[in-house]
Design a protein around this ligand. Structure first.
Ligand SMILES: Cc1cc2nc3c(=O)[nH]c(=O)nc-3n(C[C@H](O)[C@H](O)[C@H](O)COP(=O)(O)O)c2cc1C
Length: 209
């Protein structure tokens, strides 16, 4: 199933088609394909080229580590994420490697790396569903994450599955339309709250799809 974005301006198909489903196919994902996702993350830009990201990954055939990763998720996410073929946890280093001072862009950079991972996944026919719903303290303990590193977000990865595989409530969410704020709400110029003419003057009426 696909849920392409209804955009106000045309965007690349990879952006249009990326979305976060909860239904996964039981088709395994090759290790080389998963490695490719981390390669995409690796080439993200970062402040001082610090590359503050680190990722845990567990594939379904690695039952022990898969159970470990599943065990840190909140129950709502376990329900559907257990069907994924790989579970991932993104972690960030809070201080710069070169001088040990706080890196205020660590989360930003790790998010950028994860965004590239998601785009690469889309290009490979995979789906990624990111999750803030996990127990960070438990992740730190179970995965032995050292001080100075912060777990940020988990991800469920796999090939797309049928919404019919989901329980009723989740199936409804799976089929619901995708929504976004309007461009004019968040693109500003000059002062806070002043919509930029870059978007306001070209959006004449309605939505361009
Ligand atoms: C950092 C982050 C945390 C998220 N946490 C959860 C989560 O815990 N559970 C969940 O079902 N979806 C989670 N999502 C998925 C979002 O709800 C989803 O990305 C958003 O509704 C937009 O939908 P789309 O990705 O299909 O465009 C998360 C997404 C991100 C980026």
């Amino acid at each position: 199933m696909q849920k392409p974005a209804h955009t106000q301006f045309p965007v690349h198909d990879l952006i249009r088609n990326r979305w976060s489903p909860r239904a996964f196919s039981n088709k395994p994902v090759d290790r080389a394909i998963l490695a490719t996702l981390f390669e995409a993350a690796r080439w993200a830009p970062s402040s001082f080229n610090d590359q503050p990201w680190a990722y845990f990954v567990a594939t379904k055939d690695d039952a022990v580590n898969f159970a470990k990763m599943l065990g840190i998720l909140v129950e709502f996410n376990v329900v559907w994420a257990q069907a994924a073929q790989a579970l991932v946890l993104a972690v960030t280093r809070l201080n710069f490697q070169h001088n040990g001072t706080p890196n205020r862009n660590a989360f930003y950079d790790t998010g950028a790396a994860s965004a590239l991972l998601c785009v690469e996944a889309t290009a490979l026919g995979l789906v990624v569903h990111q999750m803030a719903g996990f127990d960070a303290a438990k992740a730190r303990q179970v995965l032995q994450i050292p001080d100075g590193w912060e777990p940020i977000a988990a991800m469920a990865i796999g090939y797309p599955g049928s919404p019919d595989s989901l329980p009723e409530q989740l199936r409804e969410r799976e089929l619901a339309p995708r929504t976004r704020k309007d461009l004019i709400e968040f693109v500003m110029s000059g002062r806070w709250g002043h919509t930029s003419p870059v978007v306001s003057e070209v959006i004449v009426s309605g939505t361009i799809t």
